[in-house]
Design a protein around this ligand. Structure first.
Ligand code: AMP
Length: 268
């Protein structure tokens, strides 16, 4: 596995390049994307870059977990051919251009994390320009992020195919996340309930708004501070009746840790 630390060094000779952008602190969720990229493209590039512009001033940029040696081992075992770990300076030095995706960012994570999606879209566009992948792989764990990237690629006619991959979960249902390590033992025991409640709402025979209200109450009773629990369509607008391809999305705090998750909304 080759390691590139600057844009100038980046060079590979592969007819088809699968690309997995990450912020490191790798887990099985990331590994599943890397394996798929390798399988489908024959050549997999993963980036490890903790992107400062997508963190708010009160967020965890400085304490975001970083463990390069372990990440390299995991990436290698997933079949990654090249890791790209640029410095913040090399990505942003002198840069005055940003990418702001409208519409799909208006609700949910958008207003709750001002600047977040602009940081994400900008860095992903930069990484696409640097790596020039054939196919880029993202996790549905960050569902709204998938919608933002899809809209950016479509609006800007970027010549890149996107693949969105299912969320990898712990055996108890908790969606894998680099931030799960912030949970205390007690919080970790409660955290899988978020997935259980999503399934409960999705499978409910009540009307959608009633089921959402019941779900919110259930989460609050467990001890979550719910920011949103909603049913959305493919452009991230709230829906009142179940539609094809709609999704249930949730963001909730457990102590000082913010968890997000989502599942497909089944028709009942
Ligand atoms: P991150 O390092 O958190 O920015 O994530 C890098 C990529 O991995 C993003 O496309 C995420 O959506 C994806 N990802 C994170 N967690 C999971 C998971 N549990 N299952 C599948 N993909 C994931």
């Amino acid at each position: 596995m080759r390691v590139f630390r600057s844009v100038a060094e980046l060079q590979f000779d592969a007819p088809k390049v699968g690309f997995v952008p990450t912020m490191g602190a790798l887990h099985e969720g990331h590994v599943s994307l890397m394996r798929r990229a390798k399988l489908e493209c024959g050549f997999c590039v993963a980036s490890i870059f903790v992107n400062p512009t997508q963190f708010g001033p009160n967020e965890d940029f400085n304490k975001y977990p970083r463990d390069e040696a372990r990440d390299f081992e995991l990436a290698k075992s997933a079949g990654v051919d090249a890791v790209f770990c640029p410095s913040v300076e090399s990505v942003y030095n002198g840069s005055t251009t940003t990418v702001r995706v409208g519409g799909v960012t208006d609700l949910w994570e958008g207003p709750l994390r001002p600047g977040h999606f602009e940081g994400v879209a900008t860095v992903v566009h930069k990484l696409f320009g640097m790596v020039r992948p054939t196919i880029a792989y993202f996790g549905l764990k960050d569902f709204q992020q998938c919608c933002v990237i899809a809209k950016m690629v479509s609006d800007l006619y970027l010549p890149i195919e996107l693949v969105f991959c299912e969320t990898v979960r712990e055996p108890d249902g908790l969606a894998m996340s680099s931030r799960n390590r912030y949970l205390s033992q007690e919080e970790r025991a409660l955290a899988p309930r978020i997935y259980a409640v999503l399934n409960q709402v999705s499978g409910s025979t009540s009307g959608l708004s009633e089921a959402l209200l019941e779900g919110r109450t259930a989460l609050q009773n467990i001890g979550f501070r719910v920011e949103y629990l909603a049913a959305v369509n493919t452009v991230m607008q709230p829906i009142e009746t179940r539609e094809p391809n709609s999704r249930l999305i949730v963001a909730a705090w457990l102590g000082t840790t913010r968890l997000i998750d989502n599942i497909a909304l089944t028709k009942s």
